[in-house]
Design a protein around this ligand. Structure first.
Ligand SMILES: [Zn+2]
Length: 163
């Protein structure tokens, strides 16, 4: 099994969610079997308290303190198809909402979900850190590839530090 899934990302301008003209969205879509909604009744492995801790940690590390970032643990129907995470931001308002998939709908083992969710947090916050760049919304592959490499490298560094 590969240590990290290949990620693809949908970038979109002002469409989808209720958004102002300057709002932008990016989603993390893993290249593995589709995310499927579950009807299990259980508490998510990663709750919003843990999500907040990760957002604050990586927000500080990435120098994004000027942003107000809300974290939400959501079900699959609250995300674009196949996505495990998504960030929606307004650059002029410096506000963002980061959504991660609840473990209830994740197609990973429970032991893998916390690390994958933290990877989603890093991934989406790197998108946010690039929000001011003159990126081409019609060719997001290069941005996506860069975000994947940096987020994976940062999480690997974090893991190395803890050993
Ligand atoms: Zn992405």
């Amino acid at each position: 099994m590969r240590a990290f899934v290949v990620l693809a990302c949908l970038m979109s301008g002002p469409l989808g969610m209720p958004a102002g003209p300057s709002d932008t969205t990016a989603s993390r879509i893993p290249d593995r079997t589709p995310v499927v909604p579950s009807n299990r009744q259980e508490l998510p492995v990663v709750g919003e308290g843990q999500l907040k801790i990760w957002i604050e940690k990586w927000q500080t590390r990435l120098g994004l303190q000027s942003w107000v970032i809300e974290g939400k643990v959501v079900r699959t129907w609250d995300l674009p198809q196949g996505a495990v995470a998504n960030i929606h931001w307004s650059l002029p308002k410096q506000k963002a909402t980061l959504r991660v998939l609840s473990s209830v709908d994740y197609n990973l083992s429970k032991s893998e979900i916390p690390r994958d969710t933290e990877l989603s947090v890093i991934h989406e916050l790197i998108h946010l850190s690039m929000a001011r760049l003159p990126l081409d919304p019609n060719h997001t592959e290069t941005e996506e590839d860069t975000v994947k490499k940096i987020s994976t490298a940062l999480l690997n560094l974090e893991s190395a530090d803890q050993q």
